[in-house]
Design a protein around this ligand. Structure first.
Ligand SMILES: Cc1ncc(COP(=O)(O)O)c(C=O)c1O
Length: 386
């Protein structure tokens, strides 16, 4: 096949003139820090998700860190996390001096399960971080029922904006602290950014202060409210982890366009599914990826060398040669130098998946021909080698 000229990345941001105009409007307004745009973005996120409180921050990493901080997690505590995830999931407990405890995942949906969590619960377990891998929501209600009440569930929904839990409600509306990422390759992006959705108004107030250095008021409230300008108050040591109005302006347009972008992802996933029906060998995809409830942030297939006749890494490198940005989500954390000392057990399903999974490009920016290019190249490659 003829090699395409441009690189097909797995998560190209979908920006239009509307995002560009929104940024320009804020730049011209004279206020680019955290202010009215951020307040509006938070209100719109709260309405869309169906969560009473939404606090924006500068990344999902910060969201996870702050969510754990308000739960009082610290030295001596254990936090159960999957190993098949981005490092931010395990870094958050480590920042606070807690110990990440790695658990295995389900081979079909690639997320932790009540059983894999339960095997790792100890008297020191303070929290579990659920990762909605790829954009498929974990049944956090079922997990809650199997865990002692004092173990907190925090959700890493970096992949799952717009996804729905098995009970039909949107990810973020569970009542837990649910952390989103608006990083450049995410389904909704502000270049970098994040948010925590939750139900508890007291925790929400504390999060608002913690993201802004621990101040009770912020620069915007002091600007618009003379009484708040007269005396600033600091209650505790906070952090500088807020979003800016420039980013919120992008986010508001992305949110308004979200259903259009989600429909494109759904149609592209459907095209992948149809194309793989005529594939020379069966390829399994992450469970649920073709269902409406999935956010389809990642389209993850299992490329088993015993059926493809080719090692996954060789397939990936050959696709890169053809300008196809296939990638791996993820190299397991418990095998990495930083985290290996935290894990003395094997995680057989994670380790096996890690050898076989490959993420194929999907983004709202892609067109059906891009899917055809990926699948036809894969087919050509595997027919030659298989
Ligand atoms: C599962 C998961 N958690 C957390 C993060 C961190 O997100 P951010 O880059 O917004 O800090 C990512 C980022 O890709 C992720 O994939």
């Amino acid at each position: 096949m003829k090699r395409r000229e441009t690189y097909l990345a797995f998560g190209i941001p979908d920006f239009t003139d509307a995002e560009i105009n929104a940024v320009t409007r804020v730049m011209r307004s004279g206020w680019v820090g955290m202010g009215q745009e951020t307040i509006s973005f938070e209100r719109e996120l709260s309405e869309y998700i169906g969560a009473p409180e939404v606090i924006t921050v500068n990344s999902c990493t910060s969201a996870l860190f702050l969510a754990m901080l308000v739960e009082g997690i610290g030295p001596g505590d254990e936090v159960i996390v999957p190993s098949l995830t981005w490092c931010a999931t395990a870094n958050a407990p480590l920042y606070l001096g807690a110990t990440p405890v790695f658990c295995d995942v389900d081979p079909g949906n690639m997320s932790l399960t009540p059983e894999t969590v339960k095997q790792n619960v100890s008297s020191r377990t303070k929290a579990v971080i659920v990762v909605h891998y790829g954009g498929r929501a974990v049944d956090v209600g079922a997990l809650r029922q199997t865990l002692p009440r004092d173990i907190v569930i925090i959700e890493d929904a970096a992949h799952a904006f717009g996804a729905r839990y098995p009970n039909g409600i949107r990810v973020g509306a569970s009542g837990n602290s649910v952390c989103f990422s608006f990083y450049a390759n995410k389904n909704l992006t502000t270049a970098d950014g994040g948010a925590i959705a939750l139900a508890d108004p007291n925790k929400a107030d504390r999060l608002r202060s913690l993201r802004m250095s621990g101040m009770v008021s912020n620069a915007w409230s002091r600007y618009i409210d003379p009484s708040s300008a007269l005396k600033a108050e600091l209650t505790e040591l906070g952090y500088k982890m807020n979003l800016t109005d420039l980013q919120a302006a992008i986010g508001r347009v992305q949110l308004a366009r979200f259903e259009i972008m989600a429909t494109r992802r759904r149609d592209l996933a459907e095209r992948y599914r149809k194309k793989f029906r005529n594939f020379p060998m069966p390829v399994q995809f992450q469970e649920g990826v073709f269902e409406e409830s999935h956010a389809r942030h990642l389209l993850v297939g299992i490329f088993d060398p015993s059926s493809t006749g080719m090692a996954r890494n060789d397939i990936l490198l050959a696709l890169r040669q053809r300008n196809i940005g296939a990638s791996i989500h993820y190299s397991p954390l418990h095998e990495m130098r930083l985290y290996a000392p935290y894990c003395s057990q094997r995680l057989p399903i994670t380790e096996e998946l890690a050898m076989k999974i490959m993420t194929l490009p999907i983004s709202a920016r892609m067109v059906p021909d891009d899917v055809d290019y990926v699948v036809d190249n894969l087919k050509e490659l595997l027919e030659c080698k298989g």
